[in-house]
Design a protein around this ligand. Sequence first.
Ligand code: ADP
Ligand code: MG
Length: 296
Amino acid sequence: SVPLGFFGGIGGAAKEGILIKGSNFIETLANVDTVVFDKTGTVTKGTFEVQKIQASDGVTEDYVLECAALAESHSSHPIAGSLIAAYKNRTGKELSAEKVSDVKEFSGMGVAAVIDGVEVFAGNDKLSAPDKAAVKFANVDAAGTVVHVALKGKYLGYILISDEIKEGVAEAMTELKKNGVSDLVMLTGDRKNIAEKVASSVDIDTVYSQLMPGDKVDKVEELIAAEDKKSKGKLAFVGDGINDAPVLSRADVGIAMGGLGSDAAIEAADVVIMDDRLSKIAKAIGISRRTIRIVR
Ligand code: ADP
Ligand code: MG
């Protein structure tokens, strides 16, 4: 049977806006020594600003942005919302979404859609595989997230976008270390240069970039196996949604952001942080440790 004290812990956490979906997770949280974060929407805000549009010869910057925004018009990825907003802001026009059909989403890569009978691709360079855009994408040195835009057989250019780090993230990392978390890790499908910049600015020690959604599951499994050998500590994964459900399920304890999080992530998670503040993770661990001490 579950000791009554565990319910006190769940209640105490709920008052802080931390939803713990079962008393067993109090015990797991109390033993967490590795916290793995997804980047976009978890460490960063998930609202991208356009930094630069590079258009190929013969096309305008507005056209590149319009193609991207139309191709993204059915996607719920943070990049999609950001590009659609950027198009409206920059041109003052609405998107003619009725032109768009045959929408496809390639998780960890981007999107494709048919616009006025022509297939348009928007995404990172993994999307340039032969069965997709079948054109060579530009090499971009600048730090940032890159959305390449292409037609089948024709490269239109790219959009360089950047996201901001959420407030209080560096402080949240310090709190986690104070609460006995020895390893802070960030996973992302985004590029290495931007991933390392984000991680180092918030004192996350280890970063793995350019991962496909499935690679994130493999990486978490690898980290859990290494933990088991080393210290028997538990691993928490913190994510906001799109594509994160499998990783949330695989972690010893999956933590979702309730505000920005997708329904699938909230469903797959063991713990939900209602207001998206990363400082609540150290709080959840602290409450769990105190609960265990009282119960034992
Ligand atoms: P993260 O790991 O940062 O949470 P995702 O796994 O959702 O990001 O996506 C990884 C990468 O895949 C993004 O950085 C982007 O390059 C590309 N990508 C994914 N979805 C889209 C989209 N809808 N439009 C453009 N690019 C996308
Ligand atoms: Mg993500």
